[in-house]
Design a protein around this ligand. Structure first.
Ligand code: SAM
Ligand code: SF4
Length: 327
């Protein structure tokens, strides 16, 4: 088991499959993009499958989520999903949705359980301004393809930025209610490559709740124990539809965190905001046995800090931006 010094057990593994992306969301990447990792530095398919296998079979991981960069840009994603879904863990994907029209059905067939699609605006001009690419239609079609392929419930992740898309909270919820998607708003975290995040500028969970409440009646959804789920869920107009708000910054849920992350270049990160990493790629490539990998992984998680410390005056943003960690 992957247990830390505060009694938390990591059962949810986030695996980044590439640091490349076809969008440039302002809260994540600079408009000019970043230098991509050279291919030899990326884990190969066999290395990914080996590490996921160790996590599931030896370390108690029950959920595996592929992310990026943009995971749909990973060649042979369907093959990786097929091989790792066969291990028995629940396998899901966080994606910007571009390419799902082609890949949703094969991924569902390969054993993918669910997708989370990042979707921040219904307006083409705003999409271009926020993501620096004109791809709104591809994302909308990708969402529909995921729904048709049975990857339900399709979850939508939205980050609101002040004076960019914060006026769209209500229309985005209306759109998701209409389509049967489950919307979750995520507070913007200091993980952008440009280090442009300012707490004062951030749209808080309370603000999102207030804006939605002007149009919808939101009541806490007490039907399920929240457990380690980061989203506070609300029934919309009495339900059954819900909306989630993830207050990562203003009401951190670090005390219930069950996540561990593996970067595309094979580094274990025990927290989104970790400043240290543990190198499993180097270990594997120098011939480490499964037992040695297990030992390293256990030690990496044991060193997890109690919380992200964004409010601490000594807080330092991690060197890797969100696009190279994986969300
Ligand atoms: N490209 C994929 C996507 O956009 O879903 C996967 C990688 S992306 C880094 C994973 C998630 O992180 C997305 O839902 C995105 O909205 C979220 N994200 C990126 N930067 C963020 C930030 N600074 N604060 C909060 N969420 C962020
Ligand atoms: Fe790409 Fe996802 Fe980052 Fe947007 S949030 S730039 S889609 S990695």
């Amino acid at each position: 088991m992957l247990t830390d010094g505060f009694g938390r057990v990591a059962t949810d593994l986030r695996v980044s499959l590439t640091d490349r992306c076809n969008l440039r969301c302002t809260y994540c990447m600079p408009p000019e993009g970043l230098d991509w990792l050279p291919k030899p530095e990326l884990l190969t398919d066999d290395e990914v499958v080996r590490l996921v296998g160790i996590a599931v079979e030896r370390l108690g991981v029950t959920e595996v989520r592929y992310t990026g960069g943009e995971p749909l840009l990973r060649r042979n994603l369907v093959g990786i999903v097929t091989r790792t879904a066969a291990l028995g863990a629940e396998v899901s994907l966080t994606t910007n949705g571009i390419g799902l029209t082609r890949l949703a059905a094969p991924l569902a067939e390969a054993g993918l359980h669910r997708v989370n699609v990042s979707f921040d605006t219904l307006d083409r001009a705003t999409f271009k301004r926020l993501a620096h690419r004109d791809r709104l239609t591809d994302v909308v079609e990708g969402l529909a393809a995921a729904e048709s392929a049975g990857l339900r419930p399709v979850k939508v992740n939205t980050v609101l930025m002040r004076d960019v898309n914060d006026h769209e909270a209500v229309p985005l919820l209306r759109f998701c209610l209409d389509k049967g998607y489950e919307l979750r708003f995520i507070e913007q975290m200091p993980l952008d490559a440009q280090h442009g995040w300012r707490r004062e500028g951030m749209i808080t969970a309370d603000e999102i709740f207030e804006r939605l409440s002007e149009t919808f009646t939101l009541t806490p959804d007490d039907r399920h124990d929240r457990g380690s789920a980061p989203a506070e869920r609300f029934l919309v107009d009495g339900g059954p539809a819900t909306v989630g708000v993830i207050a990562s910054v203003t009401r951190p849920f670090c005390g219930a965190c069950d996540r561990v992350r593996l970067t595309a270049d094979g580094q274990i990160r025990n927290c989104l905001f970790a400043r240290e990493e543990s190198d499993l790629r180097g270990a594997m490539r120098s011939g480490a046995s499964d037992d040695e990998i297990v030992e390293r992984w256990v030690a990496a998680v044991a060193a997890k800090r109690p919380g992200h410390g964004i409010d601490d005056p000594s807080f330092l943003q991690p060197i890797r931006p969100m696009s190279a960690i994986g969300g």
